[in-house]
Every structure is written in structure tokens, then in C-alpha cells.
Design a protein around this ligand. Structure first.
Ligand code: GAL
Length: 430
């Protein structure tokens, strides 16, 4: 892993400026992220972007259970709305820079944690917590690696989301005689049939670029395979490799089959197109499953089905939400008590069935999960695991910001050469 402290502080500046400028509509739902928590030893503030439909049910259930079991500690929910942390990450950056950290905050394992907050010396190691709870035997080794740097462990994973999934409307597939596609060829043949039948093949909501970036990373995985996908983000394969160019072309072809108003929608709005049958399929992390089941009352394998992103069977795009202990927090023991809870099977089995994810622990109670969850658990154990770019694990936040910008421009201009050049230019920051 590379050193990029200078780039990191540059990025904080960019994030702060971005927070001041855009996306005010999504920020409206923001709750007050006040900082009194640290003065009051009995308050622990949890900072995340889990607000509203499809996001907050699991978090609220966690808070509820913890407060019941720990009446001396109050949890302050400081969530800032905006999928994938679009707004929350900028607010967090401002607070961390102002030495006003939340007691604990949502952070993805991988570069976002290790090359971001840990490299900037903002986090406390949690090795003692892992030891006290025997967690090194309870969390998969690969996952502990994602939250470790230089021999220390820095956060507690609450879940594992999968990013390389297409969810689809079962009725729409049945009515049009469409089978679950496995290859890009089958996928584009299905899209053509759907288009001829007047159905939008793919729902997209890229009001913020990340859902489009997520499609692109999955195409990269499908074209390159897991080993070379990882090498691309390790800087061992250049962005002008002919397979990356092929992936950009394939990405463009998928964009030909999305709803016209994609730029006006967020991820929940795009999922609704699939729910109501206006669109057939949606590539989204499986938080969309939580949304379909808990918010839209849809039934797994009856109302909606799912298949791996074309070309990615046997591969698992890992997105893990984790929580750590920032330096400078006034009541670290209370925060550790909360983190101990987040790492327990009890908490993970309350949170994940609602969130759509699977537990990060290997000894969770499978019976609490639906057919999708059970399959995801099995797949996680048997698949090649790869880190997500769109959700901050595969590359630095500075590169991700530029990749999102490049994707955003590509979605409208569709210029493969420019897109590849922009990614290549940004790759020195990876
Ligand atoms: C991801 C996060 C998920 C989910 C999603 C949509 O980055 O890991 O838990 O919240 O964003 O907001």
C-alpha cells in the first residue's frame, strides 16, 4: 500500500468544498451531527449515511437493542443522508479535521479506512477488543486483513454486502420469456428483447455517480476476472490495457439500455422502476434486497429474483461496513462497549436480515436469513473475493473521486478514449 498523506489532506479539502457546493436535496434529511457526545460519558454517537428507506431499519434495530441491554449509555444517531456516503463523507472529513470526531463512524474496510483515516493517524487500534472477544477466530481472515494496517486492527465489520448482483422483476422476465443471463452476450440479447417489448432493460439512478461507477467496476470484474481486476487497482495493469477499453465499450452498451431520467434518480428511485415493472433489472449492492423486502414488501424469489453480474459467477464484490474508534474521543470505554456489541452475533443477526447483507462473523444464525441471504453466505465462502472501487475499498478516496467524475462525463459523452485517458491520468493517485 502506498503512502499518500499529502493527497489525503488534499482530498479532505476537496470533500469539504464538495459538501459546501452540491447535493443539497439529498442533504436535507441530514440529522444534527452535534458533538456534545464526548463531554457526556453516557452518550455514544454513531455516524453513518443510513437514513430513510432501505437504509435505516437495521441501524435503528441495533440502537434499540443496545440501549435496552445498556441502559446507562444513550446512542445518538448522527446519520447524514445520501447513498454511499455522498454527503456523509464530506461532513465526516470536516469534523475529523476540526478535532470533533464522532464516537464511531461508518467506514468501508480497505483503502477508505487504512489509507485514509489510519494513515492520517486518526484511529486507535482495536487489537485488545479482538483479543478480549476472540474475534480473530470469528471473523474471516480476509475480512480482518481489510481492516488492518501494519499489524494492527482498526475497526469492527458489521456486515458484508455483495455488489455484483442484478436484481430483476420476476413477472417482467416471465412475461417476456427472459432467462437469467450469465454472459454479456446473453445479457445483451435479453436487453434487446425487453427493449422491443417496450420495457426499459436496466434501471439506473446516477444522480450521484456511484451507481454508474458500480456498474463499470462489475464490467471490469466480468472482463478481467478477479486476479487481473485486483492487479488493475494495484497499478500492475494499466488503464489503457485493451481489456479495460473493452470493458468501457461494454459499459457504454449497458448505458444504452437504461431509463432516460437516470440522472434525476437516486438508487431507491431506480429500484422502484424495477419494483413497479417499468424496468426489468437493477445492478445494485444487496442493500437493494433490504429495500425490496422491508420497504416495498416484495417477496424474495417471488416478486424479484437475482443473478450475478454477467461474467462474474463465482466472484464476490465485497463491500463491508465497519466501525472504529477515532482518536480524541472522550469516553473510549463506552465506545468500546458499543463496538463489542456491534461485533456480537446477536447484533449482527438483528442488523443484517434488515439491511440485506450477510453477517461479517462466520458463526451467525443462518435461520434468521432468507433464501437470498443463505445463498450469499454460501457464495461468500466459495467465491473469489474482490474489493469494490465504487465503495472505497479498492483504491484511494482521491482516485475514486476522479473515477466518479470520469464516469459521470462518460455517461453523457460516451467517449471511450477520453474516459480511458481520464482514468489513466488519475491512476497515479491510486
Ligand atoms: C454503501 C454502504 C451500504 C449502503 C450503500 C447505499 O457504501 O456500504 O451499507 O448503505 O452504500 O447507501
Amino acid at each position: 500500500m502506498k503512502k499518500r498523506y499529502g493527497a489525503f489532506f488534499m482530498l479532505i479539502l476537496i470533500l469539504v468544498l464538495a459538501a459546501c457546493s452540491g447535493d443539497s436535496d439529498e442533504a436535507e434529511g441530514s440529522s444534527d451531527s452535534g458533538s456534545e457526545g464526548d463531554e457526556n460519558a453516557s452518550t455514544v454517537e454513531i455516524f453513518s449515511w443510513w437514513t430513510g428507506a432501505g437504509e435505516e431499519d437495521g441501524l435503528l434495530a441495533l440502537i434499540d437493542l443496545f440501549e435496552k441491554e445498556n441502559p446507562d449509555i444513550t446512542i445518538e444517531n448522527a446519520a447524514v443522508a445520501g447513498g454511499a456516503g455522498t454527503n456523509a463523507k464530506a461532513v465526516l472529513a470536516t469534523r475529523m479535521e476540526g478535532n470533533d470526531p464522532p464516537s464511531t463512524f461508518q467506514v468501508h474496510g480497505g483503502d477508505e479506512l487504512n489509507e485514509g483515516w489510519v494513515a492520517a493517524d486518526k484511529m486507535q487500534p482495536l487489537n485488545d477488543l479482538y483479543e478480549a472477544n476472540g474475534w480473530e477466530e470469528k471473523f474471516p481472515e480476509d475480512l480482518i486483513d481489510l481492516v488492518s494496517k501494519d499489524g494492527n486492527i482498526y475497526s469492527v465489520p458489521v456486515n458484508i454486502h455483495r455488489g455484483n448482483v442484478f436484481f430483476y422483476n420476476k413477472k417482467v422476465f416471465e412475461e417476456n420469456g427472459i432467462e437469467e443471463p450469465e454472459t454479456f452476450e446473453e445479457f445483451f440479447a435479453a436487453s434487446e428483447e425487453l427493449q422491443e417489448a417496450g420495457v426499459t432493460p436496466v434501471a439506473l439512478g446516477d444522480k450521484n455517480s456511484w451507481p454508474a461507477t458500480q456498474i463499470f467496476e462489475n464490467v471490469l470484474l466480468g472482463v478481467l476476472g478477479p486476479d487481473d481486476y485486483k492487479k488493475l487497482f494495484e497499478g500492475e495493469i494499466p488503464f489503457d490495457d485493451e481489456r479495460v477499453i473493452e470493458a468501457a465499450e461494454t459499459f457504454g452498451k449497458i448505458l444504452d439500455s437504461v431509463n432516460e431520467d437516470h440522472a434525476a434518480r437516486n438508487w431507491q428511485d431506480s429500484a422502484q422502476l424495477v419494483a413497479n415493472g417499468e424496468a426489468a433489472m437493477l445492478n445494485m449492492g444487496d442493500w437493494a434486497k433490504g429495500y425490496f423486502v422491508n420497504d416495498l414488501d416484495m417477496k424474495t424469489n417471488e416478486d424479484f429474483g437475482y443473478f450475478e453480474f454477467p461474467g462474474t459467477k463465482g466472484e464476490f464484490q465485497v463491500i463491508t461496513d465497519t466501525f472504529g474508534l477515532p482518536k480524541g474521543v472522550g469516553n473510549p470505554d463506552d465506545v468500546k462497549q458499543f463496538l463489542t456489541f456491534l461485533g456480537s452475533t446477536e447484533a449482527q443477526d438483528v442488523f443484517n436480515p434488515l439491511k440485506g447483507s450477510i453477517p461479517a462473523r462466520t458463526d451467525a444464525d443462518e435461520s434468521k436469513y432468507d433464501a437470498y441471504g443463505k445463498e450469499a453466505m454460501k457464495d461468500f465462502g466459495e467465491s473469489s473475493l474482490v474489493p469494490s472501487l465504487a465503495h472505497g475499498s479498492a483504491a484511494s478516496a482521491g482516485f475514486l473521486t476522479k473515477a466518479n467524475q470520469a464516469v459521470n462525463i462518460f455517461v453523457t459523452q460516451r467517449d471511450v478514449d477520453n474516459f480511458i485517458q481520464a482514468l489513466k491520468d488519475a491512476s497515479s493517485e491510486m
